[in-house]
Design a binder for this molecule. Structure first.
Ligand SMILES: [Zn+2]
Ligand SMILES: [Zn+2]
Length: 165
């Protein structure tokens, strides 16, 4: 979905609103995926020589827990606002995906916004214990605690204690 920002700035003084479907299933979000088509709402409003734009959408994000690899699904919301001025149209550092003709690629913008919103590390729960290095199953498992995890007094400390005595 394209929005002709240059033309809107030049002539479009009436508010513009558009609902569109966007397929992000082929895009990668640091290992996570948005499988279903996303319905997004875009609006543009001219005010003086500025254009205020909003982009809103909601999506279910699928990924894997970074610790135990269980599937994780979470709902992520995009609620972005941007104000553009005429000089932005020719600014190579303009942060929205704008082509040389001054058309804004709303699919790319939506992708950018979801990238900001989706956590780079997904967890099935905040206190996930991850996988057991001994049996490979999700912890807690039935394995005895690994030696370094049990509360053995450090032999070097007992040497120090004997010096104190
Ligand atoms: Zn987990
Ligand atoms: Zn185990």
């Amino acid at each position: 979905m394209q929005f002709d920002l240059r033309r809107f700035m030049a002539s479009g003084r009436a508010d513009w609103q558009q609902t569109f479907d966007c397929d992000l299933s082929g895009r990668d979000f640091a290992g996570a995926r948005i499988e279903d088509p996303v319905t997004a709402g875009f609006a543009a409003r001219a005010e003086g020589n500025e254009v205020h734009m909003t982009l809103r959408a909601k999506a279910s994000v699928h990924g894997e827990c970074a610790r135990c690899l269980d599937p994780v699904c979470l709902d992520v919301q995009v609620d972005a606002e941007w104000t553009a001025r005429e000089r932005d149209l020719d600014d190579p550092d303009f942060e929205l995906p704008l082509n040389a003709e001054g058309c804004l690629d709303l699919d790319d913008w939506l992708y950018q916004e979801f990238c900001f919103q989706i956590p780079t590390v997904l967890l099935c729960s905040a206190d996930c214990l991850g996988l057991c290095p001994q049996c490979g199953r999700k912890r807690p498992c039935s394995c005895p605690a690994a030696p370094e995890e049990s509360a053995q007094p450090d032999a070097r400390l007992s040497v120090l204690r004997s010096l104190l005595n």
